[in-house]
Ligand binder design. Sequence first.
Ligand SMILES: [Zn+2]
Length: 336
Amino acid sequence: MKEKLLEIKEQAIGELESIQDISGLEKFRVTYLGKKGLITSMMKRLGELPPEDRPEIGKLANQIKTDLSGLFEDAHGRIEAKGTEEEFYLDITLPGREPARGHLHPISRVNREICNIFMKMGFRVVKGPNVELDYYNFEALNFPKDHPARDMQDTFYISKKVVLRTHTSNMQIRVMESQSPPVSVIAPGKVYRSDSADASHAPMFHQVEGFLVDKNVTFADLKGTLTSFVHQMFDRDTALRFRPSFFPFTEPSAEVDIQCVICRGEGCRTCSQTGWLEILGAGMIDPEVYRFVDYDPETISGFAFGMGVERIAMLKYGIDDLQLFFKNDMRFLRQF
Ligand SMILES: [Zn+2]
């Protein structure tokens, strides 16, 4: 048995020297050192020996196992180092690999662009809570208790008095209650509606709210501000029209359309053959709202407007599916 063990040792050492890769090493480990390997099976046969020979042979078997394990580790290190060396072999004549550089998401880009245009006109950017009290989201904005927007069907309620804000208009109240006129502020941010996702709806999207309150502010100021915005955002020849509308916190209210950016007013699929595209809602701030923030409607007046960032981005880049903004498909995002 002693000869057999020494024979196995010789054979193993010889084999180990010729192994060149990790898979060969693994095969070696299973053959010699594994649970069903040659050394282990020899050790299992110790019982067949006369009792007086067992200690000596047992000791030898253990010694061989330890030696082979050590040699195995050395070979493992040698083969691994060789692999690394090949992998990192430096050829300075090869062209460099340009590191991948990220860029802004199209929504972030358009959002910044909108904010920059208004900042140049003197508006200040403010941000506020996404989880909002009913008071700031609805009540102080003059939404009656039974207004359909307050329905659970349309709004995510955290509790009876707390909602995920349905518009960034909450910032009108938050800013006006902490600051006296004149104020001119834009509030970009995320808003939430209980809508299922499709090509034109999403449960979360982005809005920019803007408002200005001062002495002698008129609807003409609102028209001038929005016209200037549209001309900078799209191009100088883009026509606008104001259609009468209704919002609880503005009076009078208007929806603002721009001439279709695809067909230039001729009529196409995007504008449903009308030649016009709705881009935002606006109006003069309702005197009822001032009551909540202790402003005197006899001495001041102001306007407010709100627009969807996704909507503007879709028109600007000719995108017809809102969901593309949320899917994080690199093939789409790389185009911007
Ligand atoms: Zn059109």
